[in-house]
Design a protein around this ligand. Structure first.
Ligand code: 4NP
Length: 163
């Protein structure tokens, strides 16, 4: 069974689709496409069905990444369907955990920035109301965090039981 990762932000049109597509890019380069499945979702319902924000798509393209996908909302079922759920900021983290009042799945939910090696930011900043540099910063930060995440998963050989 592949390992399943879910990236979560507020709207699922900027940060989390970027994380999903960057992670897919890195996974393909590492030859691990068969071992890891990525998806993304938003805690809010505002943008369900929307493609990624054009400003985010442009920033990703400047780094050679194509953004694919359509926004969907995070649901309780995701707690069972995914092995690891990566929140882009603390509000996303709290909103995810609020759907798990019994605390059954908290162990699966982590902050994305905890995996960054070269950045000390603790959250992926919401770029929605800012300028182009904010979108570029999201991509740079997520490239770092996705690399760190992949190393942490330790799926580079055939023995998944090690993870
Ligand atoms: P995201 O960015 O959570 O990274 O997808 C946002 C998208 C939409 C809104 C805010 C942030 N909004 O307020 O509509």
């Amino acid at each position: 069974m592949p390992y399943r990762l879910l990236f979560v932000c507020l709207g699922n049109i900027c940060r989390s689709p970027s994380a999903e597509n960057i992670m897919n890019h890195i996974i393909e380069q590492a030859g691990l496409a068969e071992k890891i499945i990525c998806d993304s979702a938003g805690t809010a319902n505002y943008h369900i069905g929307a493609v990624p924000d054009s400003r985010m798509t442009a920033a990703a393209a400047r780094q050679g990444i194509t953004l694919r996908g359509q926004a969907r909302q995070f649901t309780k079922k995701d707690f069972e369907d995914f092995d690891l759920i990566l929140a882009m900021d603390r509000q996303n983290y709290r909103d995810i955990l609020s759907l798990d009042p019994k605390g059954l799945y908290g162990y699966k939910v982590k902050l994305m920035c905890d995996f960054a090696r070269h950045h000390s930011l603790e959250e992926v900043p919401d770029p929605y109301y800012g300028g182009r540099e904010g979108f570029d910063r999201v991509i740079t930060l997520l490239l770092d965090a996705c690399e760190g995440l992949l190393e942490t998963l330790n799926l580079s050989d055939d023995d998944r039981s090690k993870t």
